[in-house]
Design a protein around this ligand. Structure first.
Ligand code: ATP
Ligand code: MG
Length: 258
């Protein structure tokens, strides 16, 4: 007897947020976020300074208590309640400049549980080398972390976020402060990793041109709530941008409906 073909698995979003609220220091920061993060896509999160973008990312990794629901639909059958790994590239890195850690030491400290005074194991050294090669930053291995350029630091942090292979990659302004050429290379790398691994990406960006070029979906946050969500063509219209940023952005008039 021929068995029927397997029923296709409905494509659920990787993450569904419903009425997510976060209070920090007695102030409501997220005021009822309801949104879906599309599986396997690059979603850009945009909004004014202080609108709650970083808070939303940190809430997704359980750094802040919340009310409302955050549901993950992970694993090959989408039934796992939490991803095995979430990669996170923070908005800024606060390291003590008096501690002259090289990238080699920094990676070893993060990748292995072995104290540095026992030395770096051969396996960790090889892993550090290979994760840096993957993001085109192999030349950074012996550079002090404090001496990295903005673009190099972002690549090193991305290398760590990709180990182990995450199901969700959270990038908080990953290309802020780096020059246009490096920015483009960085976003190209994210696009390649997304295509090759199918990782779901949620990235905060203030660069609407990059969002337009690289994101499949855009979510706009305003005063701790989602103002609009959709494809870049749907969302990056002068009317929406005026609502989200509270001002006219004349340079984006050419994006209307294009
Ligand atoms: N731990 C905290 N305690 C109290 N208030 C906080 C805390 N963290 C963030 N906030 C406040 O929450 C608001 C949102 O901050 P958040 O960092 O999420 O904004 P953002 O959208 O990422 O801004 P930016 O674009 O500047 O990075 C801000 O008013 C901030 O001062
Ligand atoms: Mg932020």
């Amino acid at each position: 007897m021929i068995s029927p073909p397997p029923r296709p698995v409905a494509t659920k979003p990787l993450v569904s947020l419903r009425n997510v609220r976060v209070v920090l220091g007695g102030q409501p920061i997220l005021r009822g976020v309801t949104a879906d993060i599309a599986r396997g896509q690059i979603t850009a999160l945009i909004g004014l300074n202080g609108s709650g973008k970083t808070t939303l990312l940190r809430t997704l990794v359980n750094e802040y208590p919340h009310t409302g629901t955050i549901e993950f639909h992970c694993g090959h059958d989408h039934s796992q309640p939490y991803p095995e790994a979430i990669g996170y590239v923070p908005q800024r890195l606060t390291l003590d400049a008096r501690l002259p850690l090289t990238v080699r030491d920094f990676l070893a400290l993060t990748l292995s549980r072995r104290p540095l005074f026992f030395g770096i194991s051969r396996a960790t050294a090889q892993k550090s080398q290979s994760i840096l090669e993957r993001v085109g930053a192999a030349e950074c291995l012996d550079v002090p972390v404090e001496g990295l350029s903005g673009g190099q630091l972002q690549r090193v942090l991305l290398a760590l976020a990709l180990e182990p292979q995450p199901e969700l990659l959270l990038l908080d302004e990953p290309a802020a402060g780096i020059d246009f050429k490096d920015q483009q290379r960085f976003y190209d790398l994210i696009a390649t990793i997304n295509r090759e691994t199918g990782v779901t990406v949620l990235m905060v960006s203030h660069d609407l041109n990059m969002v337009r070029t690289y994101a499949h979906e855009v979510m706009c946050l305003r005063h701790g709530a989602i103002q609009c969500q959709g494809s870049p063509a749907e969302v990056l219209t002068p009317i929406n941008l005026a609502l989200v940023f509270g001002t006219q952005l004349p340079t984006f008039s050419s994006y209307n409906g294009s």
